[in-house]
Design a protein around this ligand. Structure first.
Ligand SMILES: Cc1ncc(COP(=O)(O)O)c(C=O)c1O
Ligand SMILES: [Zn+2]
Length: 413
């Protein structure tokens, strides 16, 4: 099996120690995270604009900058639309407002399919026959779907009270689902112990360096869709804080290999729910010191991580790039989901409501320059989190009438 011949094993983010490829995620010297290293000279030769023009529009077109370039699952993952949000933009007086809509990222309808596609390919290469994850919902769906595609067994651990759609969207693929009586951080801790003890490829634990790289594909697509330019402002919701870091890495890598047509100077804005805001709380203090949230409480279950693994680097990125961050309450999340649906015809899950709601707050506070290009990352699909919309009073009661024209006329529509 040939792979991205452009990778050079793993490297410690802090001390730079190099490691051979292995299911390992922390440095033996300092316990800092390991990252995939690339031979950028070689990438530059292979990943030219001409070469890219001949490739299908999905995440695999950027194979030289991913740890794996040959899918064993997620064959059509990525390639999602960058929608020009003309209606919402008009309401706010922002002409260049774009939505990266991963609510249609297949096969399981969130950006998590990107990270899973890469890590499942790597799991197979390492010889794992079972994969697993600690999940707040979307990762569970993606691992379950793609393990089925790759012919692997899946063992998935989630907090016990996730949305029913997230549960069904895991079990339907035949995955073994285990509900943990605790918060996500308890689930994650248990998964770390399982990864030490058994022969399971846990995508966000022992395969994490490979897994995390998959998020870059969203950034590569955004830049290419903007005509090889990075946006001036990018707003995305954060859970563990990995995605926002990888979006930044993606823009910098495209710059490094000479594909960008203008300087990369994106201001990154992180969004969280007020009921679980360890990263934005730090950003608002101007600090990178994360105070974990012990008991997250928000309808944005998919991003309710109280002790974010990449919180430090995410807050540093937002502060150092000249961006920032904020958080929104549950009613603000629901209002933002409805606003996005009504203005742009796009239905996002609660996490996307967090992104849009926070963006509105940032605009109101004058923190987004309205003359600039802004991209909002809408990372998941609304059909998966119907629960907060089904609460009486949130959406109108539809009238029930007899099938008669006179009854219809009485409604005076
Ligand atoms: C829909 C959605 N958006 C965003 C995120 C945040 O990702 P990260 O943990 O990389 O910050 C998640 C994580 O679970 C998610 O499910
Ligand atoms: Zn190290």
């Amino acid at each position: 099996m040939s792979t991205a011949t452009t990778t050079l094993g793993l490297k410690c983010r802090e001390c730079g120690t190099e490691y051979k490829d292995a299911p390992q995620h922390v440095c033996g010297n300092d316990f800092a995270p390991l990252e995939v290293a690339y031979d950028y000279d070689r990438v530059k030769k292979l990943m030219t604009r001409d070469a890219l023009a001949k490739r299908p529009f999905n995440m695999w077109r950027y194979g030289e900058l991913l740890p794996e370039s040959e899918p064993v699952s997620g064959f059509f993952t990525g390639g999602t639309p960058l929608v020009h949000a003309k209606n919402l933009g008009k309401q706010l007086g922002i002409a260049r407002l774009y939505l990266k809509f991963d609510g249609v990222c297949g096969p399981s309808l969130s950006f998590k399919d990107r990270v899973v596609a890469v890590s499942i390919a790597r799991a197979k290469r390492f010889g794992f026959t079972t994969v697993g994850c600690a999940s707040t919902g979307n990762l569970a769906n993606a691992v379950a779907a793609q393990a089925a595609q790759a012919g692997l067994k899946a063992v998935i651990l989630i907090p016990k009270d996730l949305e029913p759609a997230k549960v069904a969207n895991t079990q339907v693929y035949g995955a073994t689902l285990i509900k943990i009586d605790g918060h996500y951080d308890d689930v994650n801790r248990l998964c770390a112990e399982i990864a030490n003890d058994t022969k399971i490829g846990i995508v966000n634990v022992n395969l994490r360096p490979y897994y995390a790289e998959g998020s870059k594909s969203m950034g590569f697509e955004i830049a290419e869709q903007l005509g090889w330019r990075a946006p001036d402002n990018l707003v995305t919701c954060m859970a563990g804080g990995s995605l926002i870091n990888k979006l930044s890495k993606a823009f910098n890598e495209l710059d490094k290999i000479g594909l960008m047509l203008s300087e990369v100077k994106t201001k990154f804005f992180g969004a969280q729910a007020a009921g679980c805001n360890p990263i934005t709380e730090a950003i608002k203090r101007g600090s990178d010191l994360i105070k974990p949230v012990k008991a997250p409480k928000t309808i944005a279950r998919s991003i309710a991580i109280g002790n974010p693994a990449d919180g430090y680097s995410a807050s540093r990125l937002c502060l150092d790039s000249g961006g920032g961050g904020d958080d929104v309450t549950d009613p603000e999340i629901v209002d933002a989901m409805k606003l996005l649906a009504r203005t742009e015809g796009l239905f996002t899950e609660t996490a996307g409501g967090v992104t849009v709601g926070t963006f509105l707050k940032l605009v109101k506070a004058g923190k987004i320059n309205k003359a600039e290009t802004t991209v909002l990352c809408i990372t998941g699909q609304g059909l998966k989190t119907l629960d907060p919309l089904l609460i009486p009073g949130i959406l109108p009661d539809a009238p029930i009438i007899k099938p008669s024209l006179s009854e219809y006329r009485k409604l005076a529509i």
